[in-house]
Ligand binder design. Structure first.
Ligand code: HEC
Ligand code: HEC
Length: 220
């Protein structure tokens, strides 16, 4: 393991002092996890639900389809219920341990941006993971937007609740799902991670059709 250290220093984007050391620990710990394949799962288009006559039943079915994206680890790992982000499809606590801090972007001395840059960063050398995901605004969703441990019905109700969704009406909620660049990251999560199903366009249309049919939620 010790022999790995110089290599690891070489592959990090921000290898300064403490952070680099902690990153190194992260690499070593993560070595036990198996690398994941990248495959894109299907997301059915909104039009495939027109056959459901009952408006509310159709709305619930549309949301359940969209939830294949929403409840995916690529999204939930950044919408955790606790103080730490989650990693991987098994949704283990982020290694090394990091804290959300007041703004969701880490605590003084250990900001997310110390390791997560403004774009996905591919490692040039062998490690247990092949890339570090990135985005200019990389950070956790506020705690009131936590999805971890919640059912699809509960997440659905929460998404409509302006006290827990950043004050968005349904139109703004749809716009966020369809256009936001952090949401977009789900389809471009960096090599070694499975993307969320379908495309952001199909996802945005499912959310729009859900709203147009009354934004009904599956039972909790
Ligand atoms: C890098 C971390 C990160 C990832 C990955 C992420 N989010 Fe978020 N999400 C955030 C942050 C931060 C906010 C709060 C910012 C805001 O409200 O504009 C947020 C807010 C939201 C909101 C608006 C508030 C709410 O919960 O109603 C929605 C909707 C949302 N995210 C959907 C998604 C979906 C869908 C995915 C996966 C495709 C996803 N997010 C992946 C960090 C993330
Ligand atoms: C010391 C370096 C470091 C710091 C600081 C750090 N991360 Fe990470 N993070 C990583 C590495 C490396 C990975 C990739 C590990 C992997 O894929 O197994 C990662 C992966 C993740 C993932 C997993 C993405 C997925 O889809 O599975 C999330 C979410 C995440 N980090 C969020 C955060 C947040 C939020 C912060 C700040 C509160 C943060 N990280 C701070 C190094 C760091």
């Amino acid at each position: 393991m010790r022999a790995l250290t110089p290599k690891v220093f070489g592959i990090l984007s921000a290898p300064t002092g403490v952070v680099a050391t902690i990153c190194t620990i992260g690499v070593v710990v993560a070595l036990t996890a198996s690398p994941q394949a990248q495959e894109r799962k299907e997301l059915r288009a909104a039009s495939t639900f027109v056959g459901i006559q009952d408006r509310s039943a159709r709305s619930r079915a549309l949301f359940s389809e969209a939830a294949k994206v929403i409840a995916n680890p690529r999204c939930v790992n950044c919408h955790p219920a606790g103080d730490h982000p989650l990693q991987g499809d098994d949704q283990h606590i982020h290694q090394p341990p990091v804290y959300r801090g007041e703004a969701g972007t880490g605590v003084p001395g250990l900001q997310c941006a110390a390791c997560h840059s403004d774009r996905n960063f591919n490692l040039r050398e062998e490690a247990s993971y092949q890339s570090i995901p990135g985005n200019p605004r990389w950070g956790l969703a506020p705690i009131e937007m936590a999805w971890e441990g919640k059912s699809v019905g509960q997440i659905c109700e929460q998404l409509k609740d302006t006290k827990r969704n950043g004050g968005r009406d349904l139109a703004l909620l749809q716009e966020h799902m369809a256009k936001d660049d952090i949401v977009a990251h789900g389809w471009d999560p960096g090599i070694g991670r499975d993307p969320v199903p379908g495309t952001q366009e199909v996802f945005g249309e499912l959310i729009r059709a859900w709203i147009d049919t009354g934004a009904a939620c599956p039972s909790p």
